[in-house]
Design a binder for this molecule. Sequence first.
Ligand code: NDP
Ligand code: 8X3
Length: 254
Amino acid sequence: MSTYNKTAFITGATSGIGKATAQLFASHGIRLVLCGRRQAQLDSLKKELGVKTKVHTLNFDVRDREEVKTAIESLPEDFAQIDILVNNAGNAHGLDPIQEGDLADWDAMIDINVKGLLYVTRAILPGMITRQSGHIINIGSTAGKEVYPNGNVYCASKHAVDAINQGMRIDLNEHGIRVGAVNPGLVETEFSEVRFKGDLERAKKVYQGYQPLTPEDIADIIYFVVTRPYHVNIADLVVMPTAQASSTIVKKKA
Ligand code: NDP
Ligand code: 8X3
């Protein structure tokens, strides 16, 4: 698929995987709608990428269904026709045994990773249905394939993304809309900083002793997915660092 004249809507574009995807898409001239809650990051991305492509930014919280709807309805004509939706916004909060889980953490993960993804998709789908075209990439996780100790609710939220990815593909099949998931293993981003609530020392340790994936590795894959010819749909892709064999088995240097 030529990406010429395409518009991509990326949630969670202010850091990590979403930001790297925005940067790569911009270098290929894909028009961008970049979303997140941190206005300073959105502004600086618009400045950086605006020299390569047209960029529109939207500041909203995916948890707030009215904000999501209003933000998407506010898109100017140039950006209103979304060809590619990258459902990437998401995070983990805490890493605790189920009996010690913090209810606010559980709410956050379910509201952001599951309900937020649904709200955004629901608001964007009518245009794709009218045009009978579109491509949705859901960012799942190896945590959506395999549960690991203390990962309970985060893993559940990503298992939900896996189910939603399958459900979307089934329901949108008759409308010619492609749907697929990219499920990464360990990628060094702000993910663990958020999970451990700003404890940078603990966050850094997650990626020490082996070579983790980078956000750019995942962006490359997302770009590959969106540039396949129309008859090719990457339905479900799992990618891990070579050092990682499963959620719990990571070969670390002695
Ligand atoms: P980052 O923390 O670097 O990025 C998360 C992004 O999500 C940010 O841009 C953040 O923007 C946005 N976001 C978070 N909460 C909200 C919200 N309530 N409303 C709107 N936007 C929000 O992490 P990653 O890049 O690693 O994570 C991206 C996706 O990849 C997530 O879905 C994550 O689960 C998944 N993933 C990550 C892996 C990893 O090892 N890093 C592995 C597998 C999957 P802002 O704060 O500006 O709102
Ligand atoms: C993020 C990967 O293993 O930290 O989804 O849960 S992991």
